[in-house]
Structure formats: C-alpha cells, structure tokens
Design a protein around this ligand. Structure first.
Ligand code: FAD
Length: 356
C-alpha cells in the first residue's frame, strides 16, 4: 500500500551514507516529556534499520513559557542515543504557536541537514508537524506504532480497528528529501538516561538558523493572546500508571467531581473522560481519552459509566488491565475489560472509595 503522493523519485536508501534525525522535543514542567523520550527511542529504532554508516539524533528544544529550558536541555543531553541538543532560546517561540515553530523547525532541518523529523504524538506535535511537512512539501505520517524497516511503518486506521502498513516515499518538493512523522508514545519504550560516567551530548544554539528561517516567512497568521493552564496537582494523563475515567453515566459535573476525582485521589490516579462527558460540560476537554482525545496505556484503566464506543477504545484499549463499572451487562466496554462489574455506579463507586 502506497498512500503517499508519488510526485518524485524514491530516494535510494542503500546509497545513503549518513543519516540525521531531528526529534522535536517537548518540555513538561522543566523535564523532557515522556512522549519525547519515547520519540527518541523510536528514532533510534528507525536509524537501526537504515544502512547509513554515520548516524545522528539531534533533539531540538524551544524556549517554552513556564519551563526551564536549560534544565530540559541538561536532561536531553543525558539521554542515551542523543548526539546533540539544539536550543532555540527565543521569546518568539515561548508560547508554542505552530505558525512560528514550524518555519523555525524547517530552518533547523535545512541548516543541520536532517533527513527525518520525529516527535511523540501529542497535542503539540499534531499541531506543529503537519505544518512542517507542508513547508517541506512532504506527506506527514502520523501515529506510527511500529517500525518495520527503514521505510515501512504500521499505523492504526478506523479508530484503531485496523492496522495499515505504509511505505514512505521520501520525495519532497524542496531541496531537502525529508520525512516527517509522529509516533504513538505508548508503542515505544522511553529512551534511558546514559550511564552516570558517560559524557553528555553536545549542546548547540540554533538561534541564527531559526532567525533566518523566520525572516523568510510571511508574518504569522495568528498571535498569542493569553493562556489558561489547568493546575497540575495529579499525574499527567498520558504518563500516569493509573487512570480513572468517567463517562456520561455520571450524569453531571457534580457527580463526576464527587466520585471520579475522589476515587482517583484514593488511587493516586490521573483522571480521564469520554467525549460525551466532556461535551456535556462535566470536565475540561484536555481530559478526553480516545480517537480525538489522548491516547493512554496505563497499567490500570478504570472506566466508570463508560459505554466503550470504538472512538473511546481507540484511546485506551492498550492499557494493561482494564476495569469497567457499568449497569448495562451488554455495554461494549465489557468486551475489552479484564474485570467487569455490572452495577449502579452511584452505589459501587462510593463503596469502592470507602473500602480503599
Ligand atoms: P454513553 O455511550 O452514553 O454511555 C454511558 C454509559 O454509562 C452507558 O453504557 C450506560 O449503561 C452507563 N451508565 C448509565 N448510568 C449508569 C449508572 N448509574 N451506573 C453504571 N453505569 C451507568 N468518544 C470518546 O470517548 N473519545 C473520543 O476521542 C471520541 N472521538 C470521537 C470522534 C468521532 C469522529 C465521533 C463520531 C465520536 C467520537 N467519540 C469519542 C464519541 C463516541 O462515539 C461516544 O459517543 C462516546 O465515547 C460515548 O461516551 P460515554 O461512554 O460516556 O456515553
């Protein structure tokens, strides 16, 4: 299957002598995000299949409001497999505007000669990487879950009900043949820190390349106005070991708070929700799990008052142990659940909280 436009010639891999991959890193509270650590290990896997003799993985980090760039850079430099850390320390990038970041990334790709751009699947990369691909004139590949060879990848389609194997045609319209992809973080292990005795990766300031690229671009069509962050007093949804999710069965926001948060607090869990719960105003939309929300694969996923629609399953079916509480024995969530409790959640959950 070749779903990509075939506008140019295939780049003959065997002649490639050096290969450089750019991992676009994302900070998470002054740490390198788990999705980025997993993207680095996906990049290593990609490179291991390539016949190139010289390999390089650069991690690009932008200044980001509310996080300490130097601390994130130090952490990235200490990750196994990373050759260099490229720092774009400029106020213009601090608010994550895709219209500003995308040309900056392209500037770095051109200057430092990368043939691949990889990022962990997240709201950030889903916003930025398609624009990078657009500027480079290539088809972006999203949500890669398996690397089959240097040019073949597996990704889910139809909300995770089928897997498609795609072969990448790396031709682009620009001078630089480059492929651009996001990888599903839950499908790759996080890259490990180097041994304490090993020297860290070199850090390079890329401000000049970024400046040059931004000067070539027309003024961005959007501008940062303000930002409202949800205070993070519990584990982040995408990297939590335990997730408790609530669905429409909770009926309203008061019950959601009273039961789902209380149970999550007892279990030290992150809180997730279905789209129906989000759409009916029970909780904010950054808690949505599923095809159009976040993809999670915790050790334990507890689904309460959730029917188990395919779009929800697409975001959580890879969880190691799934527990469902639903009053309808026919609810599809029971088909994926390891433990199912057919019960009224308004009775079962308070009892569970009390016992815990
Ligand atoms: P419902 O399907 O209404 O289920 C509620 C469940 O609660 C029922 O099974 C019911 O038996 C149970 N219940 C009710 N009362 C009680 C009680 N007292 N005790 C115990 N159980 C009770 N959905 C997502 O979640 N994430 C997505 O990313 C997503 N993306 C989508 C993308 C597209 C393009 C489309 C079309 C849909 C998407 N959806 C998504 C929506 C999805 O199809 C479902 O509508 C949604 O997941 C249903 O949410 P729910 O399970 O909370 O609600």
């Amino acid at each position: 299957l070749r779903p990509f436009c075939d506008s140019g010639s295939l780049r003959p891999s065997p002649s490639v002598r050096s290969l450089a991959t750019l991992v676009v890193g994302e900070p998470s509270q002054s740490r390198l995000s788990t999705a980025s650590l997993r993207a680095i290990s996906a990049a290593e896997k990609l490179e291991s299949y390539d016949p190139a003799t010289q390999r390089r993985i650069d991690v690009l980090l932008f200044r980001s409001a509310g996080s300490d760039l130097q601390a994130v850079a130090r952490e990235a430099a200490g990750v196994e497999g990373v050759t260099r850390v490229l720092l774009a320390d400029d106020e213009r990038h601090a608010h994550g505007l895709a219209e500003v970041l995308a040309p900056a990334i392209v500037g770095v790709v051109e200057k430092y000669d990368h043939q691949r751009v990889v990022a962990g699947g997240s709201t950030f990369s889903k916003n930025v990487l398609p624009r990078v691909a657009g500027l480079l004139g290539v088809q972006p590949l999203s949500d890669v879950i398996e690397v089959v060879s240097a040019r073949e990848y597996v990704r889910p389609v139809y909300a995770g009900n089928a897997m498609v194997r795609v072969e990448l045609n790396e031709s682009g319209v620009g001078a630089q043949p480059c492929s651009v992809m996001t990888v599903r973080a839950t499908s790759f292990a996080a890259a490990k820190p180097r041994a304490p005795s090993a020297a860290g990766a070199e850090t390079v300031l890329v401000t000049a390349a970024v400046d040059e690229a931004l000067q070539r671009m027309p003024p961005p069509g959007s501008e940062w106005v303000s930002e409202q962050a949800t205070p993070a007093d519990r584990p982040a949804l995408e990297s939590a070991r335990i997730v408790v999710s609530g669905g429409r069965g909770l009926r309203d926001g008061d019950h959601f708070n009273e039961l789902i948060y209380a149970l999550a607090n007892k279990m030290g869990a992150a809180v997730g929700a279905t789209r129906a719960a989000v759409d009916s105003g029970m909780c904010p939309n950054d808690m949505q799990v599923g095809q159009t929300g976040k993809i999670v694969a915790p050790e334990l996923y507890v689904a309460i008052g959730v029917s188990g629609a395919i779009q929800h399953l697409a975001g959580m079916r890879e969880s190691k142990v799934i527990v469902a509480i639903n009053k309808d024995p026919e609810a599809p969530i029971f088909q994926v659940a390891d433990y199912g409790l057919v019960a009224d959640l308004f009775q079962a959950v308070p009892e569970l909280i009390q016992k815990l």
